[in-house]
Design a protein around this ligand. Sequence first.
Ligand code: NSS
Length: 440
Amino acid sequence: MDKGSTVDIMPAEHINDLLKTPVLDRDVEVRGWVYRTRSSGKIIFDVIRDATGIIQVTIKKGNLPDTEFEDALRSQIESSVIIKGRMFQDTRAPGGYEIRASSFTLVGTSAPFPITEYQSEELLLDNRHLWIRSREQQAVMKVKASLIKGARDWLDDNGFTEVTPPIFTQNACEGGVTLFKLKYFDREAYLSQSAQMYLEAMIFSLEKVYAMTPSFRAEKSRTTRHLTEFWHLELEEAWVDNKGNMEIQENLVSAMVQKVVRERKDELQLLGRNVDDLKEIVPPFKRVTYAEMIDRLKNKQFEIDFGCDLGAPEERAVTEEEKLPTFVTNFPKECKAFYMKEDPEDPRTVKCADLLAPEGYGEIIGGSERETDMDVLVAKLQRQDIPIEAYQWYLDLRRFGSVPHSGFGLGVERVVRWVCKLEHIRDAVPFPRTVSRAYP
Ligand code: NSS
């Protein structure tokens, strides 16, 4: 901040409020950052940005003290400023109004901003701490906040208790390959891949639980849908089978999307997402078995047989034309984790469902009914060479009053990517962590 400048900490008006309900009969005050600036000597046209929007400000020599006009002349893009003045209608200005300044306070000068209009993806990632000021990033963060709020509201209204599972763990929930190992004093521990096993323990106390935590996966593959650190919304419920589990998922996802439709129309429009398409995201979602999906893929000339997992290209092919999310149920047990319950009606498969977002976006949720048969569980752990000792506590859940139960994990950034129509998942998180990046 400039030495000697004082900041008026009285609440200023927010730009979007002024544009929605213009105040024309008195001076207004906005504060924010210089988004664009150009001058013709005696008159300066600034566009000012705050957390809510942008507005044009005209600063004319003679309408304010000369020192303030000089400050306005030297203030570069991203300088922080406070402006007072009258609002006038101006059809050429963004939002249809401009402020004619009678006061300009330069709060913090800005060095030349490293981000200009056309920038490489690498430069934007190196300057992520500055790029998050962009209007697109701002919109994505707001949509994400509304999605999370929509989820919490629905979960709270439907009797789920939010719980706080640990992040340090000594179990691999989703296989050893993607574990981040770390030294935990004189032992080894991992960063959590999923809170699932802990949520399973908590249902024996609370029956219906959920958690929002970061999950970590040492994903070496560079794809447009994998992060090494992502936000995971996980839910577990006692006395629920795979069918009931899917009903919870479709109601939850719909509640999240409809919250965004209600609260974030402007942001969706800025991101180029058609709001009407999102209004359609209401239950029931489609349900297709894995075996049916394999047939569909064969018809689309994919070389795939029963037993192969579905990857991004397969998921894209089967969801490209869809408007609604699709559950794919009954995967072969070799493709899926040890804790999924075998389907007695088709023992080659497990009672699970992946939820695939439409328009080619693919998997956003993985869920299943959990195996309750102790012997089956132990045999599966052994078959997958998982050391049983670290899982004794988990097996206790089957020893002490086991009940049928199901749950799932929703990748928050996967949902954001779909809802915001983003090319790459890294834009669904302010500071993305990927195989090639943990800075800034
Ligand atoms: O591996 S999952 O499919 N399933 C689980 O972790 C279960 N243990 C969850 C549970 O039942 N409680 O991951 C769940 C979801 C998946 O559908 C994706 O949407 C997301 O988590 N996911 C990811 N998002 C971003 N980046 C990466 N690497 C990633 N891995 C999973």
